[in-house]
Design a protein around this ligand. Structure first.
Ligand code: C2E
Ligand code: MG
Ligand code: MG
Length: 596
């Protein structure tokens, strides 16, 4: 009859598919023999179910039990005792439960996981042992043992757990697992050091030998790191080609340096991978924590990564320790980068003008515009702190346009024979809008092109393209002068001087600073003077701070100078007032003042 309990068991004794729930009328026709029902349920259970009396004699057993326990295969006849089926550990546990129960600890059962070996393989069983006492005068004691095979489930969970903490490719720890380990270490109070390693030229391996080889290299690197000095734990993989190790103890700076040097050698050694030989370099950043210092894993790792940045930037061993002063500089640099874009809209930029004088009489003939940035929180920020960032982000084009407009506008308030020099970044040339920007600034302000000089550094000429040559020619055609700034500090190829339509060379202050003490600086300036004379260019020396320097430069025939001796960078109104004063003096007495 369909819907009755016996019908719900399939012929092979397996579980019956879910059927419709029985109706009231069918329930009425179900057998009332509960013993029969329980027997059947036990026999059909998908778990191992053993019901036994107080002496371990089996009363009921599920068909699955021998398979789950991996026992009873060679047995003749049906199992009679729990020992016929249960692995030893479970059998002992069952007896323990029974003993406790008999001595009056009524409700004590036991559950848990146990590992058994079946046909040479490990199996994990999830089991429960429940003792029971029949109601009634004799109060007979029974025990029910159930067990499920959870091997696959546990392995999957274990794998997931492993993958959540380890990198799939290399098996190295993931960042959060490394942080946990370091935090634990800091908590132990024994100090901790962290080494962050970044592979150098790894991308080249991926590009030239292919990604599969790249993956093999990464695995091999992780293996080398895992086999490294036992004082170091890990490794962890923090990014594509960035790894970390930590030392769970305080190590001296020398010991860390020595370890990093060894690591560098180990990583540098060629990898021989299925017939291919590959090599990578490495940079290492180190941070260390001493017991008692307040820190956390996140900070320690950040510090090691900052040190790594430094190691990558500076030539040398490729190893750098975290330096707190440098970290303050880096966070300021990051703040500068963030705030720079907003600075134009907030009108935070201004220009300061440094006089340029004729050395023969000290008369001001021009001024260089130097950009200044005043930020509400960061304070006054010098161009050497932000021009490079502005160049890297491309912002220098907007900034440069603003400087050009402001400088041309301001110069209109000065005497008509005073020129204005504006620094132009190579990036402005590379972007290709410089000619249009200059033309617009001249048109808007009404400044004659002859009063504008653009100061360009040598790096603008490193990759001379047709576009660059066209821009330079167009600027000269407008009537603008071009000065080569910081001459002598870069690649200083004399070739530039001939090939590019320059009007002026500006010798770097480095040579002027050492002029009176270093004969080599004197020789350089003298040679540049000869050179500029030969090429028909004018020469200006910057950074003149002393009368001695001025005299020497005058003696060798240098016509123009700039430096604190003649005036520091100042506001346009100050410069305009000074120029008026200069004009008055020239008219009244024919004297020229030199401003110290
Ligand atoms: P630079 O063009 O070589 O400017 C000269 C720098 O030397 C200025 O520094 C100036 O204040 C400083 N200086 C002038 N005379 C003396 C002196 O006698 N002794 C000493 N010790 N220093 C002196 P500043 O204003 O900090 O500018 C640094 C650099 O930033 C400039 O070097 C220039 O390359 C760049 N820069 C400034 N303004 C701009 C700008 O508007 N655009 C671009 N692209 N770069 C700019
Ligand atoms: Mg300059
Ligand atoms: Mg300069």
């Amino acid at each position: 009859m369909r819907g009755t309990l016996p019908d719900r068991v399939t012929e092979d004794g397996g579980p019956a598919p879910c059927a419709e729930p029985p109706s009231r009328s069918t329930l009425a026709s179900w057998p009332t023999d509960t013993t029969g029902i329980l027997k059947q349920i036990t026999a059909d259970s998908h778990e191992a179910v053993l019901i036994a009396d107080a002496d371990g004699r089996l009363i009921e057993v599920s068909r699955k039990a021998p398979e789950i326990f991996g026992t009873g295969t060679g047995m003749t006849g049906a199992p009679r005792h729990i020992r016929d089926l249960l692995p030893e550990t479970l059998e002992q546990a069952a007896h323990t439960v029974l003993d406790a129960f008999r001595t009056g600890i009524e409700a004590i059962g036991r559950s848990g996981e146990c590992r058994i070996e079946v046909a040479g393989e490990n199996r994990i069983l999830d089991y429960t042992i429940t003792p029971s006492r029949l109601a009634g005068p004799d109060g007979a004691v029974f025990i029910c043992i159930t067990a499920r095979d959870v091997t696959v489930k546990r392995r999957q969970a274990h794998r997931l757990e492993f993958l959540s903490r380890h990198d799939e490719l290399t098996g190295a720890l993931r960042r959060h697992a490394l942080l946990d380990a370091i935090d634990h270490q800091i908590g132990n109070g024994r100090g901790c050091a962290v080494l962050v390693l970044n592979l150098h030229r790894f991308k080249t391996i991926n590009l030239t030998l292919g990604r599969p080889v790249g993956d093999m290299v990464l695995k091999a690197v992780a293996e080398r790191l895992a086999d490294f000095d036992p004082r170091f734990a890990g490794p962890a993989r923090l990014g594509a080609d960035t790894f970390a190790l930590y030392a769970p103890a305080t190590l001296s700076r020398d010991a860390l340096d020595a370890a990093a040097a060894t690591l560098t050698r180990i990583i540098n050694a060629p990898f021989r991978l299925s017939g291919i030989s590959a090599r990578v370099g490495v940079h290492i950043g180190i941070s260390s924590h001493r017991p008692g210092e307040a820190t956390c894993a996140e900070r320690l790792l950040d510090e090691a990564e900052m040190a790594l940045d430094e190691a990558r930037k500076t030539a040398g061993t490729g190893i750098a320790h975290f330096d707190p002063a440098q970290s303050a500089r880096q966070s300021r640099a990051r703040a500068i980068e963030r705030e720079l874009w907003k600075a134009l809209d907030r009108s935070e930029f201004s220009l300061a003008y440094q006089p340029q004088v004729r050395l023969s009489d000290g008369c001001i003939i021009g001024a260089e515009a130097l950009v200044r940035w005043t930020h509400s929180d960061l304070g006054r920020i010098g161009p050497s702190d932000f021009v490079e960032v502005a160049e890297a982000t491309g912002f220098v084009e907007d900034l440069g346009r603003w400087v050009l407009n402001a400088a041309c506008h301001d110069a209109m308030s000065w005497a008509t024979d005073i020129t204005v020099a504006v620094n132009v970044s190579p990036v402005q040339f590379a972007r290709g809008h410089i000619v249009a920007d200059v033309r617009a600034a001249l048109d808007r302000s009404g400044l004659p092109a002859e009063r504008l000089t653009l100061e360009i550094t040598e790096s603008a000429f490193l990759q001379p393209s047709h576009a660059l040559m066209d821009s330079l020619a167009a600027l000269r055609a407008l009537g603008v002068s071009l000065a080569l700034d910081d001459f002598g500090t870069g690649y200083a190829s004399f070739g530039y001087l001939k090939r590019f339509p320059l009007s002026k060379i500006k010798v770097d202050q480095m040579f002027v600073r050492t002029l009176t003490t270093d004969r080599a600086s004197q020789a350089v300036i003298q040679s540049v003077k000869v050179l500029t004379d030969g090429l028909g260019l004018s020469l200006i020396c910057e950074g003149i701070e002393t009368e001695e320097q001025r005299l020497f430069l005058r003696l060798i025939g240098c016509q123009e100078g700039q430096g604190y001796l003649f005036g520091k960078p100042q506001r346009t109104a100050e410069l305009a007032a000074y120029l008026r004063e200069q004009a008055r003096l020239r008219v009244s007495a024919g004297l020229y003042s030199v401003r110290a």
